[in-house]
Design a protein around this ligand. Structure first.
Ligand code: ADE
Length: 234
């Protein structure tokens, strides 16, 4: 059987800890200060890694997955702040595309979020992975709502109403986080299919910091269940 290799990136230890515990036949190596754990997870050849927080860490991590581990897919999993009144804490967002909301060359006349001199700034996720993830989520988390659409990323924890409204209005994203857009751009540059899976930990408004502390663990449980159901389908 043609066994694909899947790279799984989480920014924080708590986002990847459950995967690491479940892995077998592991080989661990370090690059760029990150620990890459290659082995079997849910019957699939995977490389699980904690990238650290933010777009630079995420991009470096994704590039290593491409160059060193020659992964066939990259998945980025973790939590996010909701930008849409319909999307509640605990709900899941599956990326159809991702963009970086803090890219700003408006001084040269570019629209917010546009990366100058690139043919696109909105990076589409792999449609097959999106469909499989939605199916897996319905099975793994039957009581949780699942949304598909645009995910925004920036090197900012969004925790005020005005910034949230500006992002929602300018970019029409469903949620915001701090790595997915960088993973998406790196995947795009390397021609590797990618997917971002995020559970909502907060509403990216003035309540965000407190909500995050309260709901992070519950949100991560939802993504872990989803990934565990998704992997055997790949
Ligand atoms: N990750 C989880 N919540 C977030 C928020 N409000 N802003 C950025 N990243 C997040």
């Amino acid at each position: 059987m043609d066994q694909k290799r899947i790279g799984i990136i989480g920014a924080m230890e708590e986002e990847v800890a459950r995967f690491k515990e479940q892995m077998t036949d592991t080989v661990i190596s370090k690059r760029a200060g990150m620990e890459f754990i290659q082995g079997m997870l849910c019957g699939r050849d995977t490389v699980v890694v904690r990238s650290g927080i933010g777009k630079v860490n995420a991009a470096v991590c994704a590039q290593i997955l491409c160059d060193v581990y020659e992964v066939d897919y990259i998945m980025n999993t973790g939590v996010a702040g909701s930008l849409n009144a319909e999307i509640e804490i605990g709900d899941i967002v599956i990326s159809e595309e991702a963009l970086q909301h803090d890219m700003d060359a408006t001084g040269f006349g570019y629209a917010p979020g546009v990366i100058p001199r690139m043919e696109t700034s909105v990076f589409p996720a792999d449609p097959r992975l999106v469909t499989l993830a939605a199916e897996a989520c319905a099975k793994a988390n039957p009581d949780i709502r699942v949304f598909r659409g645009r995910i925004l990323s920036g090197d900012q924890f969004i925790s005020d109403k005005n910034t949230k409204e500006r992002l929602a209005e300018n970019f029409r994203g469903l949620c915001t986080e701090m790595e997915g857009g960088a993973v998406a751009q790196t995947a795009y540059l390397n021609g590797v299919p990618y997917l971002i899976l995020r559970a909502i930990s907060d509403k990216a408004d003035d309540s965000a910091s407190m909500a995050y502390d309260t709901f992070e663990e519950m949100a991560i449980r939802h993504t872990v269940r989803l990934v565990t159901e998704l992997l055997p389908r790949l």
